[in-house]
Design a protein around this ligand. Structure first.
Ligand code: SF4
Ligand code: SF4
Length: 187
């Protein structure tokens, strides 16, 4: 087996004390601290200071209601079916009125969620959206399973582009269309 012998340059006395490189580093640090010579501060004091998120940032999924404050989710379970890490658990509620079927239980395990946005894509009711929320914390695993009340509260907080406050009143429209055909769906 052949070996290659590397000849190393002998360090000078000044190099061996490391005084010059340390001084050079300190000058750079001071320049940044005092923002001299066009240097910019690149650190921020989180959590007091926050990032400005891009418009299409995809944070935690949240649930939203319609303009009349009714749950838009109809427990179709498509989001539950499509969710890759199986983070969503839904127990459908009873059918209430003509067509409403809000979920009895709607949990998202945020420890499983990978913020992929499939649930938002697949939802036929525009009931679930990706929010700007990225600060998710809890002391136990159970705390990280967000129930529907919490998901709705988050939806209120992170209404995006007016989508969560849209004026669509789908059920009202169905009821009036049925009424025009002589049917009363409210009974
Ligand atoms: S964002 Fe993706 S992983 Fe998270 S709940 Fe929706 S489908 Fe599941
Ligand atoms: S959030 Fe949308 S996709 Fe999921 S169960 Fe409700 S209506 Fe269906």
């Amino acid at each position: 087996m052949a070996y290659v012998k590397v000849k190393r340059r002998k360090l000078t006395f000044a190099e061996r004390t490391y005084v010059a490189p340390i001084a050079k580093g300190m000058v750079t640090t001071l320049k940044h601290m005092l923002q001299l010579g066009g240097t910019e501060r690149v650190t921020m004091e989180y959590p007091e200071q926050k990032w400005k998120l891009p418009d299409r940032y995809r944070g935690a999924p949240v649930l939203v209601k319609d303009a009349a404050g009714r749950e838009k989710c109809v427990s179709c379970s498509m989001c539950e079916y499509v969710c890759p890490p199986r983070a969503i658990s839904i127990i459908p509620g009873e059918i209430d009125g003509p067509v409403e079927k809000a979920p009895k239980v709607f949990d998202i395990d945020m420890l499983r969620c990978i913020f992929c946005g499939y649930c938002e894509e697949v939802c036929p009711e525009e009931a679930i959206f990706m929010s700007e929320e990225y600060e998710l914390c809890g002391q136990t695993r159970a705390e990280m399973v967000f129930p529907k009340d919490k998901l709705y509260a988050m939806g209120e907080k992170f209404g995006r582009d007016g989508r969560t406050k849209d004026p669509v009143k789908k059920y009202d429209r169905l009821v009036s269309e049925a009424a025009a055909q002589g049917l009363d769906l409210t009974k």
